[in-house]
Design a protein around this ligand. Structure first.
Ligand code: UD1
Ligand code: UDP
Length: 385
């Protein structure tokens, strides 16, 4: 007997975090028939990841359009996935995280009465509009899920608060750590514009922004603060791989275009990006995934958001939530660039998010659940590493 396991994803972070799961599913050809369906909610940024991890989707809905609204993504993904479900008739569907592809993938599975496994389940801010629409996407996906692969004990606790049956929750660690371990290499050689940066004598501040609730004035305030920082600190180079969203790109160009020692570059492929994280001095970001990756490498992170669903590294002291107020962003960044004591306080490496074996646990759990192996795998027990 074998089971058909279909993974559904569509954006860059889902692809990075699902790639280890797809690789693991491929290891059991006698027991598992893996099917990969991508919505391509992101086009170029998804393709970068598919190429790096040599994933060839069986179905590619190619739904992205420039300036897409949430309604565009939802309707186009739903329509496309319906056809895929009719053709594939999977035994179980795996979705990841909190994007609109995630929620629509789970909803389409429910309409076809196919069980849903939610990878990276249970993250919560408890604020409906922050992050928007991700908090609601993951709650709704959780409501539809049959198996919740929670990355940490705190995400498990969130699900228990929502009265999810504890028998349906399995703590795995986050698959992003699997991807990171497979990708970071201290001998990695940068190419292109990054090859000219002197990581020995300069301090690289790595910046990314894309959250929908930050678009507009909030992002502009962050960029204005960064302009002041780079003017004040002559040994700082800002490297800013700018998200493909045209609303982000226009604001970045308006506030930081042509500023000395500010490198505005296209989104990096995962391999150079992860290695850049490893060599940066400090990170400013509104990303979710980067809040998990940077602490594992002992890099302080200032989070440009008012809420986070990832409290673990904040509790450990490596990540600080600072919002987007211009004066606050300037002051917090300046403090870390000026005070070695403050910097060292945050730079202690901490990794509450995984041990690199999350994808293995997920696939073993599915095999066990479908009675294809006898033993249930051990869950991830975080001892801060
Ligand atoms: C999406 C997810 C968000 C996730 C983020 C990761 C939703 C609603 N949002 O947000 O949860 O954190 O991805 O980056 O699911 N674009 C391109 N090429 C690409 C990718 C994007 O041109 O490869 C442009 C398009 O104009 C697109 C816009 O970016 O309309 C925004 O993309 P979209 O997926 O709607 O939202 P993100 O902000 O990327
Ligand atoms: N990332 C990347 N190239 C970049 C910027 C980010 O490969 O230029 C990776 C990063 O390492 C992380 C993921 O993309 O794994 C985070 O994606 P994003 O910030 O777009 O989404 P979020 O995690 O906020 O959903």
């Amino acid at each position: 007997m074998s089971i058909k396991v279909m993974t559904v994803f569509g954006t860059r972070p889902e692809a990075i975090k699902m790639a280890p799961v797809v690789r693991e599913l491929n290891k059991f050809p006698d027991l598992i028939t893996p099917v990969v369906a991508v919505t391509a909610q992101h086009r170029e940024m998804l393709d970068q990841v598919l190429q790096l991890f040599s994933i060839k989707p069986d179905y590619d809905l190619d739904i992205m359009c420039k300036g897409q609204t949430l309604f565009d993504i939802t309707c186009r993904a739903m329509q496309g996935l319906n056809e895929v479900f009719v053709k594939v008739r999977p035994d179980i569907v795996l979705v990841h995280g909190d994007t609109t592809t995630t929620f629509v993938g789970a909803l389409a599975a429910f309409y076809h009465q196919v069980p849903v496994g939610h990878v990276e389940a249970g993250l919560r801010t408890w604020n409906k509009y922050s992050p928007f629409p991700e908090e609601m996407n993951r709650k709704l996906t959780g409501a539809l899920a049959d198996i919740h692969f929670a990355p940490t004990l705190s995400s498990r606790a969130n699900l228990l608060t929502e009265a999810v049956d504890k028998e349906k929750i399995f703590v795995t660690g986050n698959t992003v750590i699997d991807a990171l371990i497979a990708t970071v290499n201290e001998n990695y050689q940068f190419t292109g514009s990054l090859a000219n940066i002197d990581f020995q004598s300069k301090r690289v501040v790595l910046v990314t922004t894309h959250r929908r609730e930050n678009l507009g004035e909030r992002m502009r305030h962050v960029y204005q603060a960064l302009r002041d920082i780079v003017t004040e600190f002559s040994d700082v180079e800002i490297v800013f791989p700018v998200h493909k969203n045209p609303r982000v790109r226009i604001a970045v160009e308006a506030e930081l275009g042509g500023v000395d020692r500010v490198h505005l570059i296209d989104p990096l492929e995962y391999q150079p990006f992860a290695n850049l994280l490893a060599r940066s001095y400090l990170i400013l970001t509104d990303s979710g995934g980067i809040q998990e990756e940077a602490p594992a490498m002992g890099k302080p992170v200032l989070v440009l958001r008012d809420t986070t669903e990832r409290p673990e590294a904040i509790e450990a002291g490596t990540v600080k939530l600072i919002g987007t107020d211009k004066a606050r962003v300037y002051t917090e960044t300046k403090t870390l660039l000026s005070s070695n004591t403050e910097y060292q306080r945050m730079a202690a490496a901490c990794n509450p998010y995984g041990d690199g074996r999350a994808a293995g646990r997920i696939v073993q759990y599915i095999l066990w659940k479908y009675k294809l192996i006898a033993a249930m795998p051990e869950s991830y027990a975080c001892t801060l590493q």
